[in-house]
Write a protein that binds this ligand. Sequence first.
Ligand code: FAD
Length: 348
Amino acid sequence: MKQVDYIIVGCGLASIAFCEQLRANHKSFMVYDDNSQKSSLVAAGLYNPVVLKRFSDVWKAKEQLEIALPVYNKIEADLGVKFDHKLQLLRRFTSIEEQNLWFNAADKPSLEPYLSIQLLKNTHDCIDAPYGFGEVLHTGRLDTENLIKSYKFFLKEKDTLKEEQFQYHKLQIERGSLKYNEIIPKQIVFAEGFGVKKNPFFSHIPLNGTKGEVLIIQAPDLQIDFGVKSSVFIIPIGNNKYYVGATYNWKDKTHQPTDEGLDELLTKLKTFIKCDFEVIRHEAGIRPTVKDRRPLVGRHPKSQNLYVLNGLGTRGVMIAPYVAEKLFNFIENDKPLDFEINIERFKH
Ligand SMILES: Cc1cc2nc3c(=O)[nH]c(=O)nc-3n(C[C@H](O)[C@H](O)[C@H](O)COP(=O)(O)OP(=O)(O)OC[C@H]3O[C@@H](n4cnc5c(N)ncnc54)[C@H](O)[C@@H]3O)c2cc1C
């Protein structure tokens, strides 16, 4: 038998952020991951404090970035791997009206630090952008695939990762004590993303799930070192490769990439990219989205030592460290959870 402070189910962005809380506070833990969900792996990993469709601010963007970036930078330092890449991000305008909306938004105090008031002209032959671009400031890309692979390796070396399915029916709960196979944890945090749908303890939480498909393309003539947001994102990832994404599908909950997804991405991409390219990867994942667009964090209504950390939606990179800190302080320091992230907000 092995006693640990925590079991964590899942090894995506939510789990990694919570593990970092545990490491910082000298708690022992064991992580289970079965590779059943792909959201964190296929994510573009962008962190960007502005909703670029409507030019509005992202919920608690400043606070989240202030917490998130030091967490990722600490992991980089501890693991000796670089994941956080600063990225210049340009919003392609499609009309004069859109340019005007941008400059109006840039006047708002909450957006002023993030929207440059310079109109950038297009100087690249391979891009069609007659109305130019606006630059979003303080943006970057977390290489989530590299982060997760490296983090799993790091956990494995410390014998704190089991690459297997957590089987809910094997969890024994007796008079408040937990036992799972040979592990006796004080608490369990479930961070399974869309996989929580199979979790009998938290299957009631209102997680919708939104499938997203993405492409990696090879485009030697494109030669850009900045990201462009138009009807889709195109983001340079090195060696003439670019990440293109993403689709939003609320009905299909499978992980398979589809012909429809491919068509949609290519059609949108070709509206503003004018050079040849080759698709070298096509992938899909399910974002753990929630109707009110807020995370799902909290304690099981009956079993006091079971917790959930989920609902990171379309912005897991920025939100994960923020909610992980909130959950840790709730469990260990009795700090109440904000109503807007607490699963109790859905109690009737
Ligand atoms: C196409 C796409 C693009 C995106 N782009 C961005 C972006 O640019 N920026 C951004 O911030 N966010 C982006 N996101 C959203 C982001 O990916 C999510 O918010 C985030 O990854 C959710 O992380 P998670 O850890 O909650 O869930 P997941 O990443 O789904 O991780 C859950 C983990 O739990 C494991 N698991 C589940 N059940 C079990 C079980 N029973 N036993 C063991 N393990 C289990 C799974 O294998 C998985 O590893 C994107 C998502 C998609 C799909």
